[in-house]
Every structure is written in structure tokens, then in C-alpha cells.
Design a protein around this ligand. Structure first.
Ligand code: NDP
Length: 501
């Protein structure tokens, strides 16, 4: 047998006995001086870090982004040039469930990507849906509260969910996707990913273009019905982890076709919808998807905690050639994701190996908890402020992006008035065949169990506005599932936005 290495304390001293505590006499008690015992117990107490408030349950892997198309006229981003191959990390997740929640639950899936480019990390923190439930970040914490546990019952509350959704008709588009077949994928490789937000690309002439990123599953879409998912969860809570891990271990690497939709900067003034509204898609007929390459996942993490739990994705991470947009939800996430990581992982979360850029990093941040990067990142101990005369790193104006042209008076604009929250859900509803429609109706009815009639009626009125068949289909399914009588309860109350109309 090969020589075994000697086990040590974390300070490096050899351990002589890892089976028996130090006790006063054979029958105990243990002595406080048994540092080995204390160190083991103390470490165990600190093995968990705060789980993410949302997207706590996740599955991830390493891979590569290969660019085969040519969008160099739109962007100088090195990772998007023809022939570029960029190492990357993906983390998929559910939104509402805690870390121990079952994988096969109906929920939106997170689709977070980190590309380790030559110019720094570029993160796309998307979902498996092209839109979201709200368009204004002021509503985000309220929305998430409705998805998490009720403070008194400590259970999920369908009443809270449908109350919020029925009072927030901008959610209809995402609710329709969530309750459709695509709301319960079989495993991460059988779903699309969408950057969701509008970002921008900019080129060497200083021209900006709006862009949407799409990742289309090459494996094809596969979904569970609610009944199938119940059976899966009865057997395993880890169906996604098993499938993603197993597939990659077997060398069957999942792939996604990468596409962009490009909108000339000036078009943002012309579209009938706000192209920066996260509840809207850009119709393919107007802005056709362009194939630009393939993303492949080909390596499982060696340590789930250090490579996936510690992974910190943030839309604040962009690189030259890629920019943000006026999307309000995007601005909030640019702040809030990095802030979440500072809280959850610590000030220097980007020095954790999985988050470290694979290009040189030079900055003047210093000190702080767990500063393990050797003081400061300037290459010279005298260059600890900027500007300095000691060859410290300096700015590079070549990385300056063109101005984001925004004008307008600061105000709290009501983006519900005059905003059509029904047309795009209608376009989606019209894509569904009879079977898809029937499953949509029954999924909604199942999710409405126990919800007060007043809230159900308010939501049915929204479905009616999308399409009469939508409202009537849900009514029929409600009757079948719960004996619910349509219009048995009068609709009361107006939504805040409609009261203002
Ligand atoms: P198109 O007919 O050109 O595109 C429809 C797109 O809808 C498809 O390409 C597909 O997107 C997606 N789709 C098809 N079947 C389903 C389904 N069962 N569940 C969810 N999505 C499906 O029309 P539009 O571009 O005008 O979009 C119509 C509606 O399709 C939108 O209102 C939106 O709800 C939905 N959609 C649109 C997307 C877009 O970026 N335009 C993206 C995804 C959905 P994919 O190729 O991404 O799978």
C-alpha cells in the first residue's frame, strides 16, 4: 500500500489520534485543552454559509462557449468574436425552494452563466423564460415574499401568490409560461436559457445596439406533467442533480445553441412595446434570432460547495463590447446581486477560485475580512492609492463604452397605464395546441387550491382579457378540480394601477 500522508490540524501539526478525545480518566470528562476536538466541532458549526434568499437549490457544471457566427460588426467583445472559445461555468436553479427542496417542482429555473473572458468575467444571470413577473424592481421583494413561506403558517401560500399576481397584471406573461409545459422541465439540459434583460453590444465605431441573448437546448425540450413530477419526487428529490451529473460523467455533454436578437439603438423609440420592459419579448418576426455559436457543459465540479455553492454570478460583470440598458430591473440586479455576494460570501468573494477572473486583476481595494490575495493587487506596495508615481495600474480609455443616451425627468412613472399586458401572453396562448392549453388550465387550477374566490375571480378577469378560451378553460378546470362555481363570488376591489386609469 502507498505511504499515507499524515493527517494534521489546520495549523499543520501532525495528529496522533483521531479516534479518542482527551479525557481526565478513562470515563471522562473531556478536557478543554483537546484542541483537536474543539477545532473539529468548531469547523462543523461553520460548514454552512447563508443560502441564497432565492435560487438556493442549484446544479452546475463547467464548460465552454464556442463562437462560430460573426457579429464583429456589433461588438468588440473578445468572447463574441468568430472562433473564440471561452471557458465558462453554469449554475441552474429553482427560485423558491430552499437548498433541500425537490428538484422536480413547478417553478422558474435560474440559468446563470459566467464566462471567463480575456477582459474579465462576463456573467449572464438569466432564467429559462424570456420574461419576468414584474417590470419594476420596487416590486421585487414583495413578489419574492409571495413565493416564500408565510410568516405565520411557515408554509407556501397559493393565496399570497395569486393575490399578488392578480393585482399585478404585468405578471400574466410569466405566469402563463410557468403554468405551461415549460414550467416544469425534466432536467437543466432540456430547457432553454434566456438572458431575459435587454443588454447592449458596442463596436469599434462607438455604435451601440440593443441585444437579447438566447440559449436553445440542443437536447430538445422535455417536461414533466404535475402527475409525473409527483412520482419523480416520490422517488428522488435530486432528479436534476442526478441527470446533469450523470450525463456529464458519461461524456454525453449537453449543448445549447447560442443566439442573439439585435435591435438598432434608434429602434427603441419605434417599437409598440418598451424593449427594456422585462415582461416583454422582442417578437422573432421583428428581430430574428441570429445563430452565433454553441455552449457545451463538459466537466462536473470536483467539489460542489467550492465551485457551485460559492459561485457568485452578477449582471454587474460585463466586459468591453457589452453594456447594460435602461431596463430598470437590470439596474436593480446590477446593485443587488453583487451586494448579495458580499453578504453571503464576504467582501472578497471574487477571490474565491471559482469566481476569480482568468486574466490579470489589478485594483486598489485593500484589507477587509479574509483578504487572502496578498494585500493589494497593484504589483507595488507603494502603489496603494491612485493616482501615484509608483507604476501602479492606471485606467485604459480604450475600454470606455459609448454613452448610454438617456433623457427624461426624474419621476416615479406609472408603467402600467397604457401598457398592454395581454397581447404577448395572447401570442403565446395562440401557439399552444389543445393538449398544451388543457394542461395549462389544469396546472393553474391545481395551483389555485384554497385560494379565496375573490382572488380567483380577479385573476380570471385577466385570463379573459388574454383570450376568452383562456378564462373559460381555467373556469372549467377549477370546477373539475375543486368544484369551484364560476362567478359564484363577486369580484371585489380594483387593482391599484387600474384604479389610477
Ligand atoms: P414566434 O412564433 O416567432 O416565436 C414563438 C417562440 O415561442 C418560439 O420560437 C419559441 O421560442 C417559443 N415557444 C414555442 N412554443 C412554446 C411553448 N409551448 N411555450 C413557451 N414558448 C414557446 O412568435 P413571437 O416571437 O412573436 O413570440 C410569441 C410568443 O412566444 C411571445 O409572446 C412569448 O410568449 C413566446 N416566446 C417568444 C420568444 C421571443 O424571444 N420572441 C422567446 C420565447 C417565447 P424559443 O425559440 O425561444 O423556444
Amino acid at each position: 500500500m502507498a505511504d499515507k500522508r499524515t493527517m494534521t490540524t489546520s495549523a499543520g501539526a501532525p495528529v496522533s489520534d483521531n479516534q479518542n478525545s482527551v479525557t481526565a480518566g478513562e470515563k471522562g470528562p473531556v478536557l478543554l485543552q483537546d484542541y483537536q476536538l474543539i477545532e473539529k466541532l468548531a469547523h462543523q458549526n461553520r460548514e454552512r454559509i447563508p443560502e441564497r434568499v432565492v435560487h438556493a437549490k442549484g446544479w452546475g457544471a463547467h464548460g465552454v462557449l464556442k463562437i462560430t457566427g460573426d457579429i464583429s460588426k456589433y461588438t468588440i467583445a473578445k468572447a463574441l468574436q468568430p472562433g473564440a472559445e471561452t471557458p465558462m461555468l453554469a449554475r441552474f436553479s429553482t427560485v423558491a425552494g430552499e437548498q433541500g427542496a425537490a428538484d422536480a417542482e413547478r417553478d422558474v429555473r435560474g440559468f446563470a452563466l459566467k464566462f471567463y473572458t480575456e477582459d474579465g468575467n462576463w456573467d449572464l444571470v438569466g432564467n429559462n423564460t424570456p420574461v419576468f413577473f414584474v417590470r419594476d424592481p420596487l416590486k421585487f421583494p414583495d413578489f419574492i415574499h409571495t413565493q416564500k413561506r408565510h410568516p405565520r403558517t411557515n408554509m407556501r401560500s397559493p393565496t399570497a401568490m395569486w393575490d399578488f399576481w392578480s393585482l399585478s397584471p404585468e405578471s400574466l406573461h410569466q405566469v402563463t409560461i410557468l403554468m405551461s409545459d415549460r414550467g416544469l422541465p425534466v432536467a437543466p439540459m432540456y430547457m432553454n436559457g434566456y438572458g431575459s434583460h435587454t443588454y447592449s453590444l458596442w463596436n469599434d465605431k462607438g455604435e451601440r445596439f440593443w441585444v437579447k441573448f438566447h440559449f436553445k437546448t440542443v437536447q430538445g425540450h422535455k417536461h414533466h406533467t404535475n402527475a409525473e413530477a409527483e412520482e419523480v419526487v416520490g422517488k428522488t428529490r435530486e432528479s436534476y442533480q442526478e441527470e446533469l451529473y450523470g450525463t456529464i460523467e458519461r461524456g454525453e455533454f449537453p449543448k445549447w445553441k447560442v443566439q442573439v436578437q439585435i435591435m438598432p439603438e434608434a429602434d427603441a423609440e419605434k417599437t409598440s412595446y418598451n424593449p427594456f420592459d422585462l415582461t416583454k419579448v422582442w417578437p422573432h418576426a421583428e428581430y430574428p434570432p441570429i445563430d452565433i455559436g454553441v455552449m457545451e457543459l463538459n466537466r462536473n465540479p470536483d467539489n460542489y460547495f467550492t465551485e457551485i455553492e460559492n459561485a457568485a454570478f452578477s449582471p454587474s460583470n460585463i466586459v468591453p463590447g457589452i453594456g447594460h440598458s435602461p431596463d430598470k430591473m437590470l439596474q436593480a440586479r446590477v446593485f443587488s446581486y453583487a451586494d448579495a455576494h458580499r453578504y453571503r460570501l464576504g467582501t472578497h468573494y471574487e477571490t474565491i477560485p471559482v469566481n476569480q477572473p482568468k486574466c490579470p486583476v489589478h485594483h486598489y481595494h485593500r484589507d477587509g475580512e479574509m483578504n487572502t490575495f496578498g494585500g493589494i493587487k497593484t504589483g507595488n506596495p507603494d502603489a496603494y492609492y491612485e493616482p501615484n508615481s509608483f507604476d501602479g495600474p492606471v485606467e485604459d480609455t480604450a475600454a470606455k463604452e459609448p454613452p448610454l443616451k438617456i433623457s427624461g425627468d426624474a419621476d416615479r412613472y406609472n408603467h402600467r397605464i397604457g401598457n398592454d399586458d395581454y397581447a404577448q401572453p395572447r401570442a403565446l396562448f395562440n401557439l399552444f395546441d389543445e393538449g398544451q392549453k388543457n394542461r395549462l388550465f389544469s396546472n393553474i387550477a391545481a395551483a389555485m387550491g384554497g385560494v379565496p374566490g375573490e382572488i380567483i375571480e380577479r385573476q380570471l378577469a385577466h385570463f379573459d382579457k388574454v383570450h376568452a378560451d383562456y378564462g373559460n378553460g381555467v373556469r372549467k378546470a377549477l370546477k373539475e378540480a375543486h368544484g369551484y362555481e364560476a362567478n359564484a363570488v363577486p369580484v371585489t376591489g380594483k387593482t391599484p394601477q387600474h384604479a389610477a386609469e
